[in-house]
Ligand binder design. Structure first.
Ligand code: GDP
Ligand code: ZN
Length: 307
């Protein structure tokens, strides 16, 4: 039988199968599957799995179907990827105007993650009602030429809420946002009858930052399936080598075809198109600095590792 993993909790996984939820364990041999070895856990929410029922209405997962993509985090001190979710249609990064402050460095790292995995990203910036005169302009400026989808919303005035709801319809999305940005308010705005459930969303998954988090998928109106990740504050990009970073840095990837060197890290190389475009003002200088910042983290990581 084939089902979708909708929840992971400790050693157990809940599988959705024909509208029912079946609690499953893992067959031992799954742990020996080479494709799954590099992950802390062999199975994640979003996985399509083959399973077998036992007599009591629970089951065992036999096989994990090929994944379209994975969302992982990785700590500096470990070579294992902490697998959070699989087969995502969309990554929604939620930030806000006013407080907590916009953290575009954090967003840029997530954008690299999304490009690397081939997961489309939507940047949702909430609390539009609190934006100051030049806030929205500065944000658009920062991402000029990147092609990033940015949606500005306000859970207070309702602006952008319908659009967000439409963008989430019929998709499996992972929501990423620090507490305080208004994630709960946005969910309540989009799905008013799920008042209680939204609290559940944060409570049931908000455990443990450094242990594997309990993750759950919620099925909402218009077949929006949502995975919330309240504990997600940091994650590394250490599976990306420094010279590859430009490839996954949205607009840099496309524009670097005109760099004299290939690969070009857009740092010290002469004849670098990215540096030219920064000078000409076609790429925001701040965004370029954010790139250099990630590049230097990756270089440090690889230097220490192979020394
Ligand atoms: P969460 O921690 O991300 O789930 O954020 P909450 O939904 O709990 O909201 C955090 C705070 O921001 C609360 O005081 C909300 O009333 C407030 N808030 C949420 N969305 C907005 C918004 O669009 N505009 C304004 N002004 N306040 C908001
Ligand atoms: Zn270059």
């Amino acid at each position: 039988m084939t089902g979708t993993v909708v929840k992971s909790f400790g050693k157990y996984y809940a599988i959705e199968y024909e509208g029912r939820r079946i609690n499953c364990t893992l067959r031992g041999r799954l742990r020996k599957d080479e494709r799954l070895e590099k992950y802390s856990e062999p199975v994640a929410v979003g996985d399509i799995v083959e399973f077998e029922l036992d007599g009591e209405g629970s089951g065992a997962i036999e096989l994990v179907r090929e994944r379209r993509n994975t969302f992982t985090r990785r700590y500096k001190d470990s070579d294992l990827n902490d697998l959070i979710a699989a087969n995502l249609d969309l990554m929604v990064v939620i930030q806000c105007f006013s407080k907590p402050r916009l953290n575009l460095r954090f967003v840029d790292r997530l954008l690299v993650r999304g490009e690397k995995e081939g997961i489309p990203v939507l940047l949702c910036v909430n609390k539009l009602d609190l934006a100051e005169d030049d806030d929205t302009g500065r944000l658009n400026d920062y991402y000029r030429g990147s092609g990033l989808d940015i949606l500005m919303t306000s859970a207070v005035t309702g602006e952008g809420i319908d659009t967000l709801k439409k963008l989430l319809a019929e998709k499996l999305s992972i929501l990423i946002g620090n507490s305080g940005v208004g994630k709960t308010s946005l969910l309540n705005g989009m799905y008013p009858d799920l008042d209680l459930r939204t609290t559940e969303v944060s409570e049931s998954t908000g455990k443990g930052r450094h242990t594997t988090t309990n993750v759950e998928m919620f099925r909402l109106e218009s077949d929006a399936r949502i995975i919330d990740t309240p504990g997600l504050r940091e994650f590394g990009l250490t599976d990306i080598e420094p010279h590859e970073l430009g490839v996954y840095f949205m607009e840099f990837g496309r524009l670097s075809r005109k760099c004299d060197f290939s690969p070009c890290t857009h740092e010290h190389e002469p004849g670098c198109e990215i540096k030219r475009l920064v000078e000409k003002g076609k790429i925001s200088e701040e965004r370029y600095v954010s790139y250099l910042n990630i590049l230097s983290t990756l270089k440090d990581y690889y230097d220490n590792r192979y020394r």
